[in-house]
Design a protein around this ligand. Structure first.
Ligand code: GLN
Ligand code: ZN
Length: 764
């Protein structure tokens, strides 16, 4: 019999209960026990939902109050020293690592966050060194396995595998220069042994051990570590399902299929071509093959007939008992349920599947592959055929004007008029900024009042005009504040935006929106990605009225603020019927018109944010060039319609781009701002190395934490930066937008930032 399985479930709750509880706990409004209770309710709802969807193998242990990688670090006692000795409870240490802590005499920044593979989820990077004192502080998989068991639900616990955990880690500051986290494997394995032994004793039949590093080129160098680890773990563990996702195993399949585990999971959504080769690799073994047939990354209804066809190939080769029908990855990246969507039209709703609906899909696939005669199953299959046919029909219509415009893109449209050196001179005169110009990344605090006004507008409780008046007041306030503290290049603060991607999606044609389609981005920050369903175009100017209003109330130059094509694409759910490249170019043309309109309206600096350009990078290096070519072209297409005098800015939140640096250079933005406050200046060495000649604003403090950076701290950072960068190129700014921060810390931080820039003007 073919079993159905789900690799992981969204842990935010159908109504964002976890966010609410966690934030209430941080605010001191509820106790740790209340938080545990709220979490238990969400877990219970997920397990029950999966059970009702008739999923055979239900995950446990992957729930998290903040981040699952951080859960492992806390469990393994991989806690950097700076979080200890403050008399904090283990729970507060955990949150301090995730988000920093500045209260009652404690002042510690958060650990570094990074994107989880090529997704828009961020994990907390483990910080390890030779002196990391590994011990198993608690066994979360066992606790949650028992928690589900007490509810009468048998689960398959999930653990992040030791090789991937170590591979994701970074060397702590105190580590010796040649230290590499993977060298800690012998020290870490005993903890995994204990954890898995306890799981077996608790009665778990299977354990899902995630090793997504196996879909990376890097996996190939880890063969011996994989061999060692699984030879040690298998004898003591429940049956291990070695789980890979987000890509293809390629050459790694040669050793992965020979590891002493009981099953192997592959992602057939991302890499359908690996089906045959993996079947061939496992055929002569006794491995169970888990097929990731239902996408954990998108929201489109699965074509069940096609999935069943693929599944049948595996069943024919291996027998039904050796095949599992599964989601491609955890469903963490999808919203909880379509049932809460009341505003999608019936036609639109019929295109989609969210986590709970996907759970039913794996059940149907498994049931059909097992030869089920159940009429509910055949009806569901029939209904799916009808839905898929309807969506295909819709996909065959297109916006011909948009398609023609993309086909007519010329190389000249990707070029600014003059090279940067010429533009810089013109811009210097036009903008008249001081040395070390200070600016921000765009957003200012999205206060309760702003959100309330938007909610009222959406409910029809205030008119469009009343909302506009409110937003204009907010813009005036933000502009006045910036003038008061002495920032040089101002922004309007983005109060009109619910989200940097959603906002644009709502103004463009070709998108649809959910009411409750939240997915976790990091910690308690969730996003509601728009869904691209059709060719994209811009029916009318979008930001022009806000930016020109802001400019009208200030003599200082105002920076227009747009989200870039690649970021809109990467942070939306894309269409599955046309290429990402085509969708990106359509977005770029729409944004190009907006950029030109901003210039016409008198805006002299325009920032086009592309924080997601790197995370969109394919996981395998052979696929990089193709992506980078169209991604960079899209940015250039969006920004090259203006004269030399208009200063283009771009912003990236990440710091890892040593390996794609030529592409960053090829963007040819006049100014780029980047995250640099947490990455120890590593990045700036790269700029120096490549002789980057355009202007740069390396973030001087970390905005992901409520902590206020001291003035001297910022001065020191500027001093350090100037060791790598010529002073003529340096902008002074925070490392990201301020929308998630409160006004108090924003004001204090920015005052310190402006003072540090003034200090620098005297020193250099
Ligand atoms: N302009 C955006 C903001 O300030 C940029 C956000 C981002 O990079 N994530 O909010
Ligand atoms: Zn950012």
């Amino acid at each position: 019999m073919v079993l159905s399985s789900v690799l992981g479930f969204p842990r935010i709750g159908a109504n964002r209960e976890v966010k609410k509880a966690v934030e209430a706990y941080w605010a001191g409004k509820i106790s740790a026990d209340d938080l545990t209770k709220a979490a238990a309710d969400v877990k219970k709802a997920s397990w029950t939902g999966l059970k009702e969807a008739k999923v055979d193998l239900i995950p446990s242990g992957e729930f998290s109050l903040y981040d699952h990688v951080l859960d492992h670090s806390a469990a393994f006692n991989a806690i950097p020293k700076r979080y200890l000795g403050h008399n904090l409870s283990p729970l507060d240490i955990y949150f301090a690592m995730g988000r920093g802590r500045q209260a009652e005499g404690v002042d510690v920044p958060a650990c570094e966050m990074k994107k989880w593979f090529d997704s828009n989820y961020h994990f907390v990077v483990p910080e390890l060194s030779e002196s990391t004192d590994f011990k198993l502080n608690f066994n979360k998989p066992v606790e949650e396995f028992n928690e589900a068991k007490a509810l009468g639900i048998a689960t398959r616990p999930v653990v992040l595998g030791p090789i991937t955990y170590l591979w994701l880690a970074k060397a702590a500051k105190e580590a010796s220069p040649d230290f590499s986290p993977i060298s800690l494997l012998p020290k870490l394995l005993p903890l995994y042994k204990q954890l898995l032994t306890e799981l077996k004793a608790a009665g778990a039949e299977w354990v899902q051990v995630d090793e997504p590093v196996l879909v990376l080129d890097a996996g190939l160098q880890l063969e011996s570590q994989f061999n060692t680890a699984y030879a040690e773990l298998s004898p003591v563990a429940p049956k291990i399902l070695l789980t890979t996702y987000f890509g293809r195993l390629d050459a790694n399949a040669n050793f992965a299929a020979k590891l002493p585990v009981a099953g192997l999971h592959i992602d057939l959504d991302r890499a359908p071509t690996q089906l045959e080769s993996t079947i061939a690799a496992v055929k002569s073994t006794s491995l169970v093959l888990s097929l990731g047939l239902v996408s954990g990354r998108n929201i489109w209804k699965t074509d069940l007939s096609a999935a069943i066809k693929s599944g049948q190939i595996a069943v024919d080769a291996l027998g039904g008992d050796r095949v599992i029908a599964a989601t491609s990855s955890s469903l963490l990246h999808t919203p909880v349920t379509l049932a809460s969507e009341k505003k999608l039209t019936p036609e639109q709703k019929d295109w989609f599947s969210f986590a709970l609906e996907k759970a039913s899909e794996v059940h149907i696939i498994a049931a059909i592959l097992s030869g089920s005669q159940d009429s509910a199953v055949s009806q569901a299959l029939e209904a799916n055929r009808t839905s898929i046919a309807k969506r295909r029909e819709f996909e065959h219509t297109s916006n011909d004007a948009v398609r023609k415009r993309v086909a007519a893109i010329t190389p000249e449209m990707l070029e600014r008029k003059s090279p940067f050196a010429v533009r810089q001179e013109v811009q210097k005169k036009k903008l008249n900024l001081p040395k070390f110009p200070t600016t921000t990344i765009g957003s200012f605090p999205q206060t309760k009042e702003i959100r309330a006004a938007r909610a009222k507008l959406n409910k029809g409780e205030i008119t469009e005009e009343e909302y506009e008046t409110f937003i204009k007041k907010e813009i005036e306030h933000v502009v006045a504040f910036q003038e008061k503290i002495g920032l040089d290049l101002l922004v309007h603060g983005e109060p009109e935006r619910n989200d940097m991607v959603q906002y644009f999606g709502e103004q463009f044609d070709g998108f649809v929106f959910t009411q409750n389609g939240w997915v976790q981005s990091y910690g308690s920050r969730y996003v509601r990605p728009p869904i691209i369903v059709y060719d994209v175009s811009r029916p009318h100017p979008i930001t022009v009225k806000w930016s020109s209003y802001a400019q009208s109330v200030s003599k200082k130059p105002m920076k227009g603020m747009l989200t870039g094509p690649v970021t809109i694409l990467n942070w939306s759910f894309p269409r599955a019927d046309v290429s990402r490249e085509l969708q990106s170019k359509q977005l770029a043309l729409a944004l190009r018109d907006e950029v030109v309109d901003l210039e016409k309206a008198g805006i002299q600096a325009i920032q086009v944010d592309e924080p997601a350009i790197r995370e969109g990078l394919p996981l395998r290096r052979v696929d990089w060039d193709h992506y980078l070519t169209w991604a960079v072209d899209s940015f250039r297409l969006a920004t090259s319609g203006v004269t030399d005098a208009t200063q283009t800015h771009s912003h990236f939140c990440y710091s890892d781009f040593d390996d794609i640096f030529p592409s960053i250079q090829r963007l040819d933005a006049d100014v780029i701002s980047i995250e640099a406050s947490k990455s120890d200046m590593k990045l700036l060495k790269t700029f120096q190395h490549y002789g980057y000649a355009n202007q740069i604003g390396p973030g001087v403090y970390d905005i992901h934490s409520p902590r206020v950076p001291g003035g001297e701290e910022i001065q020191d950072r500027l001093g350090a930066m100037l060791q790598f960068l010529p002073d003529s190129l340096l902008f002074v700014n925070p490392d990201c937008g301020l929308k998630t921060r409160g006004w108090k810390e924003t004001e204090a931080s920015l005052v310190n930032l402006v003072n540090a820039a003034k200090w620098a003007r005297q020193q250099y």
